[in-house]
Design a binder for this molecule. Structure first.
Ligand SMILES: O=C([O-])C(=O)C[C@H](O)[C@@H](O)C(=O)[O-]
Ligand SMILES: [Mg+2]
Length: 444
């Protein structure tokens, strides 16, 4: 039977999902964060799902983009990039600065477009897989592993959002010191079996964060640990932390902002083997999801040896196939690869799992915010077992949309007065601390 895989309809549903009060260097997560759910429906009634950022600047591009897709085929994945170029980006949306709240590198028009394309690419792959009876990983060339390892993503956090702010409750409690972080890590291990731990830093002065990582190293000897201050430190501070923690860190993520600063940190670490406080090893690898976030940024960073691990993110790299291209380039240059995560739901976790399953040299556990998300739009939550997600072999992504849940979360978006429709961690922080401004970098 020949199937008609022409796109007949594209449904876009912006939603607001509950988010706990997680702290980062720019502020704190808002109680609800925007996501966009994409449904691509073919002429013969197959629906594919995708998910991406839901802030206004992405919605503005997603609508005209979706209109242009009707009449094309879900198998025309390369064509998505051509269509994206036809969609104009409002210059006022492109600051050229590091994205507020999103912490996903410098904003450019292309990156906005790619972040939109990614959701449609995933939705087309899902539809194609469902139509052909093949899992998405098979469409990407086939899986090389049956399960993908994720790391526990530890955050400093308040027990609750500020008094009087409408929010969902969470049962993680506060984590504002080393003991709190270790307790959070234990909960992650007990609930999901994670064996690697990443601490989101850049929140407290570096010595406090060093103490937290030391406490983790004592509580979980031999487990891979990472610290990520999102570029909040100077080169000198980065070097000091690298020396202090060089013996326990798997990698240090974006200690300083931008390729020149990262390159200087990396070079000085290379030149100082075996040195460091107490004779500790100082050659800790540097990872990034902030200075290598586009193909254009690769050459400078790799030729200067600024990073040893790139944390890919299929959302802003432009989809699952671009993630594979990035992994191939990293392999060529002997740079490691793993995955970054912003707040996301199960559709994106499934997409991350399918593509991660196809990357041969994925040597580090991937980041995922999913455990922090108590809400989802799927009929069944994706489970972590022993810190891994099993790679689905069912057609498409292997997940099903719960339309009632989707409607509920969309209703929340409709009811919002606009205050939460654009993620703004600094604004959320100002609710508790009216004098708060996004800290200048380097902060320490
Ligand atoms: O650098 C990173 O790993 C991130 O930016 C991940 C997330 O965006 C995280 O920092 C957050 O949401 O606060
Ligand atoms: Mg990072």
């Amino acid at each position: 039977m020949t199937r008609d895989l022409t796109i007949a309809e594209v449904r876009l549903t912006p939603i607001l999902v509950a988010d706990p009060p997680l702290l980062n260097t720019q502020g704190v997560h808002q109680p609800y964060t925007p996501r966009l759910i994409v449904e691509v429906v073919t002429a013969d009634g197959t629906t594919g799902l995708g998910e991406t950022y839901g802030d206004t600047k992405y919605l503005e591009l997603a609508r005209p983009f979706a209109d242009r897709l009707v009449g094309r085929r879900v198998s025309d994945l390369n064509g998505l990039f051509t269509v994206a170029q036809e969609v104009a980006v409002d210059a006022s949306r492109v600051s050229g600065q590091v994205d507020v709240g999103g912490l996903r590198g410098v904003q450019t028009a292309d990156k906005l477009r790619l972040s939109v394309v990614s959701a449609f690419e995933v939705a087309c792959l899902d539809a194609l897989g469902r139509a052909l009876g093949l899992p998405v990983h098979a469409l990407l060339g086939g899986k090389v592993r049956d399960a993908v390892e994720y790391s526990a993503y530890l955050f400093y956090k308040w027990a609750a959002h500020p008094e009087g702010v409408p929010a969902e409750k969470d049962d993680w409690g506060a984590a504002l010191d080393p003991a709190g972080i270790v307790a959070q890590a234990r909960a992650f291990k007990e609930r999901y079996g994670f064996g690697s731990f990443k601490l989101k830093g850049g929140v407290f002065p570096p010595d406090e964060e060093i103490a937290a990582v030391r406490a983790l190293a004592e509580a979980f000897p031999g487990h891979p640990l990472r610290l990520d201050p999102n570029g909040a430190w100077s080169v000198e501070t980065s070097l000091r932390v690298a020396e202090e923690l060089g013996d326990v860190l798997e990698y240090l993520e974006d200690p300083a902002l931008g390729t020149p600063a990262m390159a200087e940190v990396a070079a000085r670490l290379r030149d100082a083997p075996g040195r460091g406080a107490g004779g500790r090893r100082a050659g800790v690898p540097l990872a990034t999801n902030m200075c290598v976030t586009t193909f254009a940024e690769i050459e400078e960073a790799f030729t200067r040896g600024a990073v040893q691990v790139v944390l890919s993110d299929h959302h802003y790299w432009g989809g699952l196939r671009n993630t594979q291209h990035l992994a191939a380039i990293c392999r060529t240059f002997g740079v490691g690869v793993s995955m970054h995560s912003n707040t996301h739901l199960g559709i994106s976790l499934a997409a991350m799992t399918h593509v991660a399953a196809t990357v041969p040299d994925l040597h580090h556990a991937c980041d995922s915010h999913y455990p922090w998300q108590s809400e989802d739009v799927l009929t069944e939550r994706i489970a972590f077992e022993g810190g891994t997600v099993r790679v689905p072999d069912t057609p498409g992504l292997g997940v099903e949309l719960d339309r009632d849940r989707l409607d509920l979360l969309h209703r929340r978006w409709l009811d919002d007065d606009g205050a939460l429709r654009d993620r703004d961690d600094a604004a959320a922080m100002r609710v508790a601390d009216p004098a708060w401004v996004t800290p200048a970098v380097p902060r320490w």
